[in-house]
Write a protein that binds this ligand. Structure first.
Ligand code: HEM
Ligand SMILES: *[C@@H]1O[C@H](CO)[C@@H](O)[C@H](O)[C@H]1NC(C)=O
Ligand SMILES: *[C@@H]1O[C@H](CO)[C@@H](O)[C@H](O)[C@H]1NC(C)=O
Length: 328
């Protein structure tokens, strides 16, 4: 036993990555991880994402949100993609934060299928999500948000509805709940404010913000509230749960408009409005509202940081063949 441990150490010193992973260390993520074994990997993902978003830009919003929901639950390991099975009937995918609102799964499937055609068994689903989110941000920002994303993630085998509920902050969260939820994943107030700017694209179901419509009290901008009441007529009866755009000014552009809207209380969720509840976060909101390029750069950096949360090791990870099921 002792000699086995010693051997693993020696192997680590010799930089035999697989042996180090056997010892339980997470793989080191690096830009261009697939350069040798699948040189076109990132290009293939970008092509599939580009085609899908050309037809339906909303899928890009779904994929960026998917990266967040993946990384905050079991780390960035594609656990959000796993379908229900007899053995695991309630995966993350079926939890209220994800079902039925999370979208873009078919785009990930299409990218993975293309990758399996070129280099079978090489590219992890977790990396596909990270690449696809990066490409979505690039397309939806008219290429103003651009970043290299380190890769080499492994896919997990655990996916539980209960953990999605525990780790994904709800839209009715207050500021301290949001800050604590981010802290639990090593993300700080700046990351919280900067990443919330993703709410400058995409849509929300009415049921996600009825807590801020009459008869409930809220500080939502009165004109926005009036508009939403016409679009969400069945509240609180959700048999019919329409969607509305999150950014009423530039709904399809990933930009810093979110922060300008927020300062006028033209935002849907309490979790958005609460970013004005402390002087620290409201100062950050103002900076992002004033300096679009600063926000774009910070958003890229925060996405890279988020995409490194709790990476799986060879002991608890694998490269899935099909993103929806764990390997046999
Ligand atoms: C800070 C805590 C957050 C809360 C409470 C929150 C909550 C929500 C909710 C309730 C929706 C609407 C879901 C629906 O009803 O259809 C939504 C949509 C969205 N969120 Fe967040 N979110 C948060 C942070 C983030 C982060 C960090 C990102 C990405 C970096 C993100 C990206 C998105 C996107 C892009 C959409 C639109 C999705 C679509 O159109 O399909 N959110 N969020
Ligand atoms: C935020 O919500 C939590 C849970 O409901 C509560 O304990 C806490 O006091 C709230 N914080 C503020 C500042 O309102
Ligand atoms: C909800 O709305 C549907 C029609 O969309 C109606 O059939 C149903 O009775 C309503 N339920 C409640 C509890 O109001």
């Amino acid at each position: 036993m002792a000699s086995r441990v010693a051997m693993i150490w020696v192997s680590c010193l010799l930089l035999l990555a697989a042996a180090c992973q056997g010892a339980g260390a997470a793989p080191r993520l690096r830009v261009g991880h697939y350069k040798r074994r699948c040189p076109s990997a990132e290009y293939i993902v970008k092509a599939v994402v580009g085609k899908a978003l050309y037809q339906n830009p909303g899928l890009g919003a779904g994929i960026i949100r998917m990266a967040f929901h993946d990384c905050f639950v079991q780390g960035c390991d594609a656990s959000v993609l796993l379908d229900p099975t007899v053995a695991n009937p309630r995966p993350e995918k079926l939890s209220p934060p994800n079902f039925p609102s999370l979208r873009g799964f078919e785009v990930i499937d299409a990218a993975k299928a293309a990758l399996e055609g070129y280099c079978p068994g090489v590219v992890s689903c977790a990396d596909v999500i990270a690449f696809a989110a990066r490409d979505s941000a690039s397309f939806l920002s008219s290429y103003r948000i651009n970043y290299d994303i380190p890769s080499g993630r492994l896919d997990g085998r655990v996916s539980l509805e209960s953990e999605a509920l525990r780790f994904l902050p709800p839209p009715f969260a207050n500021l301290s709940q949001l800050v604590n939820g981010f802290k639990a994943k090593n993300m700080n107030e700046d990351d919280l404010v900067v990443l919330s700017g993703a709410h400058s694209i995409g849509v929300s179901h009415c049921s996600s913000f009825t807590d801020r419509l009459p008869p409930n009290p809220s500080n939502m901008n009165a004109a926005l509230s009036a508009l939403l009441q016409t679009k969400c007529p069945l509240a609180p009866n959700f048999t019919n749960d329409p969607t509305v755009v999150q950014d009423i000014v530039t709904p399809d552009q990933m930009d810093n408009q979110y922060y300008k809207n927020l300062r006028k209380r033209n935002v849907l969720f309490r979790s958005d409005a609460e970013l004005l509840a402390s002087s620290l976060t409201s100062r950050k909101v103002l900076q992002n509202a004033l300096f679009p390029e600063v926000w774009e750069r910070k958003f890229a950096r925060a996405m890279v940081k988020m995409s490194a949360i709790e990476i799986k090791t060879a002991a608890n990870g694998e490269i899935r063949k099909n993103c929806r099921v764990v390997n046999k």
